[in-house]
Design a binder for this molecule. Sequence first.
Ligand code: KG4
Ligand code: ZN
Length: 337
Amino acid sequence: MDILAIESSCDETAAAVIRDGREMISSVVATQIEEHRLYGGVVPEIASRRHCESICGVVNEALEKAGITANDVDAIAVSFAPGLVGALLVGVNFAKGLAFSLNKPLIPVHHIRGHIAANYLAHSGFEPPYMCLVVSGSHSHIVNVKSYTEFETLGRTIDDAAGEAFDKAARAMGFPYPGGIFIDSASKTGDSSKYKLPKPHTPNPYDFSFSGLKTAVINLIHNTEQRGEEIDVNSLAACFQKTVCEMLTEKFIAAALENNCKKIALAGGVAANSGLRGALSAAAEKHGMEIFIPPLSLCGDNAAMIGCQGYYEFKAGNIAGTDLNAYATMSLDEVRF
Ligand code: KG4
Ligand code: ZN
């Protein structure tokens, strides 16, 4: 079964052709990052306009690279929630029009379920049940993945997402948007014990809180500047990254141990972080757990992961009508369309 998948939830317009849920035939991602960088973050109105301009070309390129036409695909999957609603609407309406005109099934895919599914593309034998740590620019979730379409969120951020914390801290350190990758590379030459940063407490042990950590970074920079001293940016980046990775790893591993889970996975844009990949792999080895991490190309937003999850949603009977809408927020556990 060939699925044409479309993704437009934030600042990447993407399309892909996925065969039988596991094989990536083609994948095209058009990023708008350079333009949003001028404003220090994603400007929703600009994102929607760029999606409108790019979507035809991106979908055509994905079909061309796969060596097929739109008529050859068996279904169309689209990311419909959560995300920037104006951005999502571009992909949703495009997919609706295509599905209606070609008389093909339309499969609604939850964006975060898509991130989790990226691991199925990378690891052929990997299947539920397992626990997944999903860390992106807008989400930080500890998820019990019971089956391909049954999810139970055990913990989440109570304020900023991990990626958002990376981007805000990076901005304070003087790095361009999105700053996660700059903190990652700066931290490689920094001293991760130079600055002391707090690890905020949360009432639910599996929830995360990053806003206090971000504020601590901003205050540390201001106080150092006020004393007329220079901040060691690489060391601050290393301390910040170490603290975030420790928090994520400690809580996720504790949740996995409590649930007697021996199979864990990492997903989302922040899964590209070298410190997190290393810390989680080391913890998995220590506790005898099997760990699955997507390649860097499948960590950030892409349509291949949407096509992969779309296959399993289709098998579970999740088909939408032409009344499908886009939603800015939606629980991962209870998808409605
Ligand atoms: O999943 P994603 O592409 O978009 C959302 O769905 O949010 O995640 C983007 C986030 C950004 O906050 C970006 O800074 C972060 O992932 N990111 C990283 C790294 N690469 C991307 N954060 C830390 N280290 C990285 N190497
Ligand atoms: Zn994403």
